[in-house]
Design a protein around this ligand. Structure first.
Ligand code: AMP
Length: 399
């Protein structure tokens, strides 16, 4: 079956058409500047040239229509007609406490996603627009909702409750939810598979280090803790997000700089992290280059980043009463050799040992620790689109 995977943002739409039998990507692309002048679709069919189509997309329905046209185009397309698309899988950012797994989209599901919009006001409404646009253009085609938060719904209360008055949890559901769930699930399952073991026998720490970054503790197959919280702002130092800070910083800076909540939120989400600390870039390649040239702030930023990751690994080792596997994934985790080394240097106390030769790789599955290492350290490239396609197929088969 051919499954269209859609990741809809407020002004963008990413897609992949995946053949679920072979798990091959048949085509992928990106619509940018939806609702803004200067709309643009970039599309690439497998084994074909990348094409860019400039056309304004006043709304998401127009973007979905353009995606279908690109997929069925005689030259750049990969399918003869819309009828070949068997199902659509949507990435939904926040499922609150309502969704502990993926579901087939129904009117009730749409309503429940709407009710979670409070918790992810930038993402959930955009995700819903994606669903509605597909319903309009492909009526009758089964649609699945796959949530970023669902995998972490197994966390115990002691891990997800904040030290705030309990009434805020009861009234507003203020708690830790965690994100990147599809990735943490996929990577921990794949890590066990590579080692030839059952995930149910392993304590795995997954370090999803991308532009957004989070760590999870996956104990015997279930997420028991994760670093992102009510929103994706908590936890690690990220590309542009600050991660953990003293909450009192918010009111302190608000007063000193005369900033509104919205402005402070902008600072913490878009101007902080390694970008804010280094004053150079949110991209680790730029930071690495600057550090190599002797830039002290770049060096300090990279060290602080590695230190925070190592600190979480220590915490999650305590949370699980030990650790068997540490898996690195996403842009930085898969590609940044020196960052993995830096993190590894903090972890000797666990009996881990990075094999420098084995670690010298990018974007490939590998065990990067020595055979004597008490913990298996691994690189496991994530594939959230494939994970969404698999979930969609699973739901279709259950129908
Ligand atoms: P993601 O959000 O998973 O796409 O990760 C994006 C981040 O990965 C970028 O900001 C880069 O800092 C980082 N990245 C990608 N490729 C490399 C590389 N070859 N070396 C270092 N960092 C990389």
């Amino acid at each position: 079956m051919k499954i269209l995977v859609i990741n809809c943002g407020s002004s963008s739409l990413k897609y992949q058409l995946i053949d679920s039998d072979t798990e091959q990507v048949l085509a992928k692309g990106l619509c940018e500047r939806i609702g803004i002048e200067g709309g643009c679709l970039t599309h690439q069919g497998a084994g074909k040239e990348k094409v860019t189509i400039q056309k304004d997309m006043p709304e998401h329905t127009v973007a979905v229509q353009m995606v279908i046209e690109a997929l069925t185009d005689k030259e750049h397309g990969v399918i003869a007609s819309l009828d070949e698309i068997g199902a659509v899988g949507h990435r939904i950012v926040h499922g609150g406490e309502k969704f502990a797994g993926s579901v087939i989209v129904t009117d009730e599901v749409v309503q429940a996603i709407e009710e979670c919009a409070d918790l992810a006001p930038l993402h959930n409404p955009a995700n819903l627009i994606g669903i509605r646009s597909c319903e309009k253009i492909m009526p009758g085609v089964l649609q699945a909702a796959v949530f970023d938060t669902a995998f972490h719904q197994t966390m115990p209360k002691k891990a997800y409750l904040y030290g705030l008055p309990y009434e805020y949890y009861e009234k507003y559901k203020v708690r830790r939810y965690g994100f990147h769930g599809t990735s943490h699930d996929f990577v921990s399952a794949r890590a066990a598979q590579i080692l030839g073991k059952d995930r149910k026998d392993l304590r795995i720490i997954v370090c999803h280090l991308g532009n957004g970054a989070s760590i999870s503790a996956v104990k015997y197959g279930e997420s028991v803790d994760t670093s992102m919280g009510l929103t994706p702002l908590e936890g690690l130092i990220m590309g542009t997000r600050c991660g953990d800070i003293d909450p009192a910083v918010v009111s302190f800076l608000g007063e000193k700089e005369q900033l509104s909540y919205q402005e402070l939120s902008d600072v913490m989400n878009k101007k902080s992290g390694v970008l804010g600390m280094s004053g150079i870039s949110s991209d680790f390649r730029d930071l690495g280059a600057a550090a190599d040239q002797g830039d002290e702030r770049a060096k300090m930023t990279l060290d602080a980043y590695a230190y925070r990751v190592a600190k979480y690994i220590g915490a999650y080792t305590a949370a699980m009463g030990g650790v068997d596997v540490i898996a690195f994934t996403a842009g930085v985790g898969e590609n940044n050799i020196s960052m993995r080394e830096m993190i590894g240097e903090y972890l000797g106390f666990l009996g881990t040992k990075v094999d420098h030769e084995k670690n010298n790789l990018r974007g490939e599955e590998a065990v990067i620790s020595t055979p004597e290492s008490r913990v298996s350290m691994m690189v496991v490239p994530t594939n959230e689109e494939l994970a969404i396609a698999r979930e969609t197929l699973r739901l279709v088969r259950k129908q």
